[in-house]
Ligand binder design. Sequence first.
Ligand code: SF4
Length: 346
Amino acid sequence: MDLSAEALRGYIDYLRDMGVYDMYRQGDPADSSELQTWLKTLAPAVAAGATAAPVAAPRAAAPPLSRPSAPAAPQRPAPVRPATPASRPGAGPDIVIAAPASAAPMRAEAPAIAPPTSAPFDDFIPETGPFAPPSMPLVSFNQLAPLPASRITPQDKAAALQSVRDIIGDCTRCPLAYAGRHSIVFADGDPNAQLMFVGEGPGADEDESGIPFVGKAGQLLNNMINAMGLKREQVYIANIVKCRPPKNRVPEPVEANTCSPFLLQQIDIVQPKVIVALGATAATYLLGLKQPLAGLRGQWHDVRGAKCAVTYHPAFLLRDPRQKGEAWKDLQRVMVELDLKPPARA
Ligand code: SF4
């Protein structure tokens, strides 16, 4: 089965698990010629995928993620809550809603049309029209939930983080669970770290190992940390999403929004003094701002009571090493804030 069909089947299975067949539908499908064309094009690919691979075994259900009781700020768009939550394995609390369609499942629509074989799954997500993902207003981590009324003590942080990991379980709350991930990449580092790095999402090496930033970009991040006079074990490293997006694409808003409450809790537990957002995706979701990186660098932002600096993602620096000097300027500001000294040269 080619990758596009596999990814497509994963998404369709995800929607079916949710009891949703038309999450992005906005009009009457009976009147939509675009819908009919879309279904006729996709259904054979789904059917082909279904015969090429067995259906995955049900996953263990994860307990619901507790939420603060009185958020005054606007909430992120609700994800899709299934009509029969008990029947969906791994059901989470923060998955939003759409009414199940009365129409028959897509496979019943399969006509004898050759499935697309070369385009990646992302090509199936239209930017406009009835199947365009709903627009999702950005909500910063500060708006997402109020700060905790009480702070966790240093000796309890490791156990609290483990509780968050336990709540995540074998998570199926967003489509990335069905997109070929091998590991849920939770975090790495010191639960009492003063400095936290937040990236975008796991890549292939991270998906394989279950540890964030272990590939080439991770090696560069290690070098950056060492240049700041720290060791990797002294900082805390996490990502916006904990499962690898297919082909390392940027996480979809529904994926980032669904996974964000876990990172929010990690930040609230670790209580770093400084957070470094690595790249535009991390900055966008942490700050609730979609702006060019240049406009976000060079200033302090507030994220959950921590000072947040924005800099380039190490993967970008590998592609454009000329920007390493700019990234170093960003890290030097962090060093001043944390009173760090670069290691003495031998
Ligand atoms: S990315 Fe986050 S919300 Fe989505 S399946 Fe993975 S852990 Fe769950």
